[in-house]
Design a protein around this ligand. Structure first.
Ligand code: GLA
Length: 491
């Protein structure tokens, strides 16, 4: 068995253990700071600008500095990203001096790159004028991943920690989002230690402070290959009570291979994710790399569509000023953003996989996400709309034409229909909705007319499209590409 399969096997065993705790069907309560009722959106520096601290000469534009974040925020505003909801700009690692202030023990922004002690405070207020919120980065261990000062003072111990003082500092600067990484702490200690920062943020918030959105990365060090010898079950209840978003897997890199690894991992975890992911608390499969160097146009579309139908946080990491028009169009696709921001917040599940549809390598995977229908019927029965995506994993040969019976797909989505009804506070609606679907005759034109089919990437699609109404959804998909439609029931 190769290494990846072994990893996935371990993960599915853990997922099973985790799922069995939660058979009561109740939705888990989230960190209570009123934030992230829908998945947050914005920009973060890591994938594109990493820890580039060389601001000399022509690299001035690319280094981790006040100017970089201001430049990105202005460009996001000018290009219309902010008005579409991309309203966080997050500093990642490498922003501080290597030492805390000797007297006050406060973190000190890098003197040159961030214009002295008050630089970050000024940056936050400049960004606020653009309707952009500034985020910052820290770590639950003794150092950040790039070895800058972090929130613990002693390894694996809460003794003398900087949680309170750093929470106060961030509030006083007007920070509105905090990414809390998990380097330099033993992963099996993080559940005891790291939620301390969530408490510190709660306890040290003054009435005039903006609330801070908390992204926890420490769960990912427990759940992933980063420490294969210590992969351990994660207490997702605790994570959800402690964080607004949380990373649960390895870092994204600027390549399709990296995106695919994340897709496979997320599919292996989809039952656990379905249970916990929703308003107030979101699994974070990591940054959006559209606008980078590593993805073809089809791959970029597949990446963006999946993150959208997963209701994943959408934090792009790119140079906003250098985006191509097609990249702006994809990142700003209103259909996808509205699916991503759907109030039910349900993570799309992979409900069907077909390896035989094509002779070449690669399978076709069908994802389904129920969304809240536009027409609000109040307390009367409603059945969800369905977003359906075909992802073709092959990377050899031509585009393929794939057909599947809609009824069959929706019947395989019974868990999702139940989840949608539960989240509306009407679990009993699920059965009625399923009964309606069962009533659709697979080969009769008559009943299937009940669905309006809309291609969500329509304006960009230049390939042949066939949207059938005879019971089979037929779409042409490119290798390493995706198609996505929304089915709305005509009632
Ligand atoms: C880890 C995180 C990345 C980034 C770096 C910074 O690797 O997963 O997203 O924050 O640390 O050093």
């Amino acid at each position: 068995m190769d290494w990846f399969k072994l990893k996935m096997l371990k993960l599915s065993i853990l997922s099973f253990v985790t799922i069995s705790y939660y058979l009561d069907g109740s939705f888990v309560s989230a960190l209570d700071n009123g934030l992230a009722r829908t998945p947050p959106m914005g920009w973060i520096s890591w994938v594109r600008f990493t820890c580039d601290i060389n601001c000399a000469g022509s690299n001035k534009l690319n280094c981790i500095s006040y100017e970089l974040y201001e430049r990105m925020a202005r460009s996001m505003k000018d290009k219309g990203f902010v008005d579409l909801g991309y309203n966080y700009v997050n500093i990642d690692d490498c922003w501080s001096e290597f030492e805390r202030d000797e007297l006050t023990k406060r973190l000190v922004p890098h003197k040159e790159r961030f214009r002295g002690n008050d630089g970050i405070k000024e940056l936050a207020s400049t960004l606020r004028e653009l309707n952009v919120k500034l985020g910052i980065y820290g770590d639950c261990g003794t150092q950040t991943c790039a070895k800058y000062p972090a929130q613990l003072s002693k390894f694996d111990s809460l003794e003398g920690n900087f949680y309170k003082i750093d929470a106060e500092t961030f509030y006083s600067w007007g920070i509105e989002s905090f990414k809390f990484d998990g380097c330099y702490i033993t992963p099996n200690k993080s559940e005891q230690i790291c939620p301390g920062m969530s408490k510190a943020l709660e306890l040290n918030k003054k009435d005039n402070n903006k609330p801070i959105l908390l992204t926890c990365e420490w769960p990912s060090y427990m759940a992933t290959f980063r420490h294969p010898e210590t992969i351990m079950p994660v207490d997702w209840d605790l994570v959800k009570r402690s964080c607004n978003l949380w990373r649960h897997f390895e870092d994204i890199y600027d390549s399709w291979l990296s995106v695919e690894t994340i897709i496979d991992y997320c599919i292996s975890m989809q039952d656990v994710i379905l249970k916990y992911h929703g308003p107030g608390g979101w699994f974070d499969p990591d940054q959006i790399i559209v606008g980078g160097f590593g993805l073809s146009r089809d791959q970029a579309r597949a990446h963006m569509v999946l993150w959208s139908i997963w209701s994943a946080p959408l934090f792009m990491s790119n140079d906003v000023e250098k985006l191509q028009p097609w990249e702006v169009e994809l990142l700003q696709n209103r259909n996808l953003i509205s699916v991503n921001q759907d109030q039910l917040g349900i993570w799309a599940q992979m409900v069907h996989e077909d390896g035989k549809a094509v002779w070449s390598m690669g399978k076709l995977q069908v994802f389904v996400k129920p969304t809240r229908p536009k027409q609000d019927t109040g307390s009367q029965l409603f059945c969800p709309d369905f977003v359906i995506a075909y992802l073709y994993r092959g990377s050899l040969g031509n585009s393929i034409k794939f057909s599947i019976n809609i009824r069959q797909i929706l019947l395989k989505s019974d868990k999702l229909i139940q989840e949608a009804s539960n989240r509306q506070g009407h679990p009993e609606w699920a059965k009625k909705c399923l009964d309606r679907i069962i009533a659709i005759e697979p080969d009769s034109n008559k009943n299937i007319k009940g669905f309006h089919v809309k291609d969500l990437l329509d304006s960009l699609a230049d390939s042949e499209q066939e949207l059938s109404i005879d019971g089979y959804l037929t779409l042409v998909v490119n290798p390493t590409g995706i198609r996505v439609v929304k089915l709305t029931e005509n009632v």
